[in-house]
Write a protein that binds this ligand. Structure first.
Ligand SMILES: [Zn+2]
Length: 53
């Protein structure tokens, strides 16, 4: 498969530790940046869309 361009556009779901409490937060990642706001269910910390992780 040589889908490099398609892979760059694809949204992937990833879990990262919350920057505030360390709890796992599901994020939608596109091209290395958040595709949508994600909220930590444990402490309410918001990871804004467009942020790089
Ligand atoms: Zn948190």
């Amino acid at each position: 498969m040589d889908g490099c361009m398609e892979a760059r556009m694809a949204v992937t779901i990833q879990e990262i530790p919350c920057p505030r409490c360390g709890e796992g937060v599901e994020i939608f990642l596109r091209d290395g940046a958040l595709a949508a706001d994600s909220v930590c269910e444990n402490c309410g910390c918001v990871l804004p869309a467009g942020a790089r992780v």
